[in-house]
Ligand binder design. Structure first.
Ligand SMILES: Nc1ncnc2c1ncn2[C@@H]1O[C@H](COP(=O)(O)OP(=O)(O)OP(=O)(O)O)[C@@H](O)[C@H]1O
Length: 277
């Protein structure tokens, strides 16, 4: 009998099972279970302090859970050694709320930085990337609508354009999973829509599992394939936009023991005005 453990052929992008995390007596996550499948664009909703960033930190193994399992592409990322962790992280593209490009170099070079970890360090230092990587980087900039800006300094691009460069970089990194932590929090409505449209588009086209935290309920409803709502470290909703009714929004943004709730509270207001961050 073959007892060797092999990863499934088409594993889920992300699976958290019973993940609990405490910080000095404060419970950041309590028995969180959730999954993201390849090609699925999942939005994480929740008020400030709900645990969204802690979930991202567990998925990238920057934070170790106290209990539970974290699997990325079928691998227990919470149990990997240093070298295997470095390799696993190559497959995870990160798009953060703080723009995280190198401002003084071009958009193209920022996208090529996605090849770090695939090409030798001396090539990176000398900016000598293989021609194939350059062509791929240009194609990825084209995919996010920025081919005309390839040689422009990153810090001279608009906020929305910079987030699109970060997406192109994740594509050059050959990410099979993308974590986007409030990627549109500093953008105007039009740029926000463009960025989310691109994120959802590449997820569907390339079979990338995307987990994206947002504070805007209306954008979550418009773009997400599925929405996961967290409140005080627990998953309190997991369903489609159609399932995210006033009662679900109440659970995410106004959760309190039922004895404390007042039936007169306006639930319509919740849909457009979630608790401020
Ligand atoms: N390093 C830490 N030390 C102590 N407490 C922490 C730490 N990181 C997070 N927490 C606590 O864990 C809880 C969850 O925080 P987290 O940053 O994950 O929330 P969030 O949903 O991402 O919030 P926001 O939307 O404001 O970014 C909060 O109560 C926070 O104060």
């Amino acid at each position: 009998m073959n007892t060797t453990a092999t990863a499934p052929a088409n594993p889920s992008s992300i699976v958290l099972t019973g993940v609990t995390k405490h910080y000095a007596g404060n419970t950041a996550l309590s028995k969180v279970s959730m999954r993201v499948e390849p090609g699925e664009f999942v939005v994480l909703l929740g008020p400030s302090g709900a645990g969204k960033s802690t979930i991202f930190r567990c998925i990238t193994a920057l934070t170790a859970p106290d209990h539970g399992k974290v699997e990325v592409l079928g691998e227990r990322i919470d149990q990997l050694g240093k070298r295997d962790l470095r390799i696993a992280r190559r497959g995870i593209g990160l798009i953060f709320q703080q723009l995280n490009l190198i401002g003084r170099i071009s958009a193209l070079k920022n996208v090529l930085a996605g090849r770090l970890g695939y090409v030798p360090a001396w090539r990176v230092l000398l900016h000598l990337f293989p021609e194939q990587d350059r062509q791929q980087a240009l194609a990825n900039l084209d995919r996010v609508g920025l081919l005309n800006h390839a040689y422009q300094r990153a810090d001279s691009l608009s906020g929305g354009q910079q987030q699109r460069v970060a997406i192109a970089r994740a594509l050059s990194q050959q990410s099979r999973v993308i974590l986007a932590d409030e990627p549109v929090s500093s953008l105007d409505p039009e740029s926000s829509e463009t960025v989310l449209e691109i994120l959802r588009g590449i997820s569907h086209e390339r079979g990338i599992g995307v987990l994206c935290s947002l504070h805007q309920v209306d954008l979550a409803k418009r773009f997400a394939d599925r929405i996961i709502g967290v409140r005080a470290g627990s998953v309190v909703f997991d369903g489609t936009a159609a399932d995210l009714d006033d009662a679900a929004l109440e659970r995410i943004y106004r959760s309190r023991p039922s004895s404390e709730q007042h039936s007169s509270e306006s639930s319509v207001e919740l849909e457009t005005q979630p608790e401020p961050a």
